[in-house]
Ligand binder design. Structure first.
Ligand SMILES: Nc1nc2c(ncn2[C@@H]2O[C@H](COP(=O)(O)OP(=O)(O)OP(=O)(O)O)[C@@H](O)[C@H]2O)c(=O)[nH]1
Ligand SMILES: [Mg+2]
Length: 677
């Protein structure tokens, strides 16, 4: 058989057909939207290159933004107590087209490890990759292990043979027994042992696999969707990376409950510990009340059944303190059956499609908003600076044209006087330039403290020292105190930073006001630094750390394991917050006075030009007409370039679903200028 080129795996037609039309349309629209944004970024790069202003910094920003949009993935995580039907829902939504229950879903505990379902275009061959549980003993976090194939056990999947795929995927449910000490060294707690010990068996039952990756050529996965199936309660708690980093980075969370059990205590515990926070993290959160088919009683009429379902929905919403419209009552099993058999009436009765619509619109909305925000942070100021520069040049040229036209009738004496006045203005301008330089220096001097903190050396020292100290601690309580101390220190540093950044912001505002008042410069200052956002992120992590510190899992797990996990997962995320803060801060400091600087430079150039105009006119009046003509032409060219920038920038900010009509002039084409004017 001819090997297929990487990434060129056509989706199985039946899969596409059995996927909800709404989901498919939304994803296609999202793909098209991404394409447009990428195109706009390309145009922006070309525009900057033509202007001769594609600096290393601008190139960096553009490259980063392109990467962000191109490699973008949308993750939706299915979370809940075991046996609520998470896996069955995934089967019904995504894989019904294969005519069978693709992922294992049975009564009792089924899914034993977090399972990511995606399309790995770079690999190009559908696969199941399993990470052995023993890798928990290594230091490497899962996201890093993903790039190291030798740590995984790999099976090829053939989408044309669904039965074989189904058999291969049974491995997701595999478990084995380990002696207690060994299980504990892998981070399983005594509590797990108590839960899992069956009478007459020795050791602790643990999952065989720590993480699973399924790459499958499904049309939605090929558009960048990633589905994360998670195991019920216990495993959720014992793989901290899942709760501390994988779940929080998903764009949407689906919390699954079941109508046959109602909201139990352990459902509530998962809700409170792992899901509820999604709201603070601005993740889309949906609650599913699954298995409503258990309420389909043949002895009741449709209205009675509907009112029974409505009652359960309302009481679920009340318990979780949600609006009932966020709770979707469905039957995953009947939906799967309906799609496999091609039974539209049963599909309608399962109510799955309403959930799919809601899911898809929420997901798209969140993700596009996030991308647009990122682009604004990376590119907003850059574009604004260029817009300013062109506008003020156009304005300056207008002033010159008006001045020159008025000069036609003036005598040599008057022109001489104008030359003298312009020279005076030049001298004054020199003063403003010197003052600007000292303001610039002052801002950087005042920024010393925050620049030092954001060099991150101190933070790293603190982290290292705490880690060493914690490894020496003998008691869980000692560990808990050290964790709290570290977080308190990091929060203190964050507080200092926010205060400092606010002070710098005020200083820069003052500089702008001063130059406006004394010299009439009116540039638009760059947007401020979003320090408060970073602070809020740190606070959210602090709360997660508090919850972890106080959890019974932390009390029961082996200490070295607790220390390692705490640093690898939680502290590493704090560090990333500070890293991003540092990058934004450097951007801001670089750009803080740039618009003002540009205006000062522009004014200088204008004055020089005006002097040149005046002295050529004082020599010959016929030079005047030629010069006027040149000025008007230059103005037109600049106006065209500015219009292009406006147009590109509008495309860069297009929200999902907005009109995509393109203007007639193509921004990739260089501006055509008639040499004769
Ligand atoms: N009656 C009914 N049963 C369902 C429905 N959805 C799932 N089930 C059954 O409930 C059992 C558990 O479903 P799973 O999909 O394995 O549940 P899970 O939440 O993935 O459970 P874990 O993988 O153990 O965390 C299976 O026997 C399913 O067939 C439903 O809508 N109605
Ligand atoms: Mg499952």
């Amino acid at each position: 058989m001819e090997p297929k080129p990487a990434g060129d795996m056509t989706p199985t037609p039946s899969l596409a057909e059995a996927t909800s039309a709404v989901l498919r349309q939304d994803f296609e629209q999202y793909g098209a939207w991404k394409g447009q944004i990428l195109e706009a970024l390309g145009s922006l790069g070309n525009w900057l290159r033509r202007e001769g202003t594609l600096s290393a910094d601008a190139r960096d920003r553009l490259g980063h933004s392109l990467g962000l949009v191109r490699d973008d993935r949308l993750t939706i995580a299915f979370v809940g107590e075991f046996s609520r039907g998470k896996t069955e829902l995934i089967n019904a939504i995504f894989f019904a087209g294969l005519g069978r229950r693709l992922l294992p879903s049975t009564a009792g505990r089924t899914t034993m490890c977090p399972t990511e379902i995606l399309w790995d275009g770079a690999d190009g061959e559908p696969y199941l990759r399993l990470l052995p549980i023993e890798t928990r003993a290594k230091k490497t976090p899962i996201h890093q292990l993903k790039g190291e194939p030798r740590n995984w056990v790999r099976f090829r999947l053939d989408p044309a043979a669904p039965l074989e795929v189904q058999t291969a995927l049974k491995r997701l449910t595999e478990t084995k027994r380990l002696p207690l000490a060994e299980a504990q060294s892998l981070g399983f707690s005594a509590e797990d042992a108590a839960n899992a010990d069956a009478p007459g068996e020795v050791g602790v039952e643990v999952p065989c696999w720590r993480h699973a990756l399924i790459s499958f050529p499904h049309p939605l996965l090929q558009q960048g969707l990633v589905v994360l199936d998670t195991p019920g309660l216990n495993a959720l708690g014992s793989e901290p990376e899942l709760t501390l980093s994988t779940l929080p980075s998903a764009q949407a969370i689906l919390f699954v409950l079941a109508a046959d059990t109602g909201v139990t205590r352990s459902d509530l515990e998962i809700w409170e510990r792992h899901v509820q926070r999604a709201k603070q993290r601005t993740q889309a959160l949906t609650v599913v009340l699954n298995k409503i088919d258990v309420l389909w009683d043949d002895l009741l009429d449709e209205d009675e059944i509907a009112s029974e379902i409505a009652k359960q929905r309302a009481s679920t919403a009340r318990t979780l303190q949600l609006d009932p419209k966020h709770v979707f009552a469905v039957s995953a099993q009947k939906a799967l059956l309906a799609r496999v058999r091609g039974d539209p009436a049963l599909l309608a009765r399962s109510s799955l499609e309403a959930l799919e619509e809601h899911l898809s619109s929420g997901l798209m909305h969140n993700k596009t908003a996030l991308i647009l925000d990122h682009l604004e942070i990376r590119l907003g100021n850059l574009v604004e600076t260029h817009r300013e520069r062109l506008s003020s040049r156009i304005q300056g040229l207008g002033t010159q044209t008006a001045e020159l036209s008025g000069l036609g009738e003036k005598s040599k004496g008057v022109i001489g006087e104008l030359i003298r006045r312009t020279r005076d203005e030049q001298r004054q301008h020199l003063r403003s330039l010197r003052q600007f330089e000292s303001s610039h220096e002052r801002l950087h001097t005042e920024a010393r403290l925050s620049s030092r903190i954001l060099g991150l050396q101190g933070l790293d020292d603190l982290i290292r020292a705490t880690q060493q100290e914690m490894l020496r601690k003998a008691t869980t309580r000692g560990l808990s105190v050290a964790m709290k101390h570290l977080f308190d220190e990091m929060r203190r540093v964050m507080h200092t930073l926010t205060v400092e950044c606010e002070r710098l912001r005020r200083l820069s505002v003052f500089v702008y006001e001063y130059f406006e008042k004394h010299y009439g410069f009116t540039p638009v200052p760059p947007k401020g630094l979003g320090a408060l956002g970073f602070r809020a992120e740190l606070e959210a992590l602090y709360e997660e750390a508090e919850a972890y510190r106080k959890s019974s899992r932390m009390m029961l797990a082996e200490q070295r394991f607790v220390v390692r996990r705490f640093f690898e997962v939680l502290v590493a995320r704090v560090r990333r917050i500070f890293e991003r803060f540092a990058a934004d801060y450097r951007d801001w400091l670089d750009q803080a006075l740039e618009p003002l600087h540009l205006q000062i430079e522009e004014r200088k150039a204008l004055m020089e030009q005006r002097l040149a105009n005046l002295s050529s006119i004082s020599r010959s009046k016929s030079a005047l007409d030629g010069r006027l003509h040149e000025l008007r032409h230059e103005q037109e060219v600049l106006a065209r370039r500015l219009a292009e920038l406006h147009e590109i920038d509008a495309r860069r900010r297009l929200p999902l679903g907005a009109s995509t009509a393109r203007p007639q002039s193509h921004p990739l084409l260089p501006t055509r200028v008639d040499p004769k004017g």
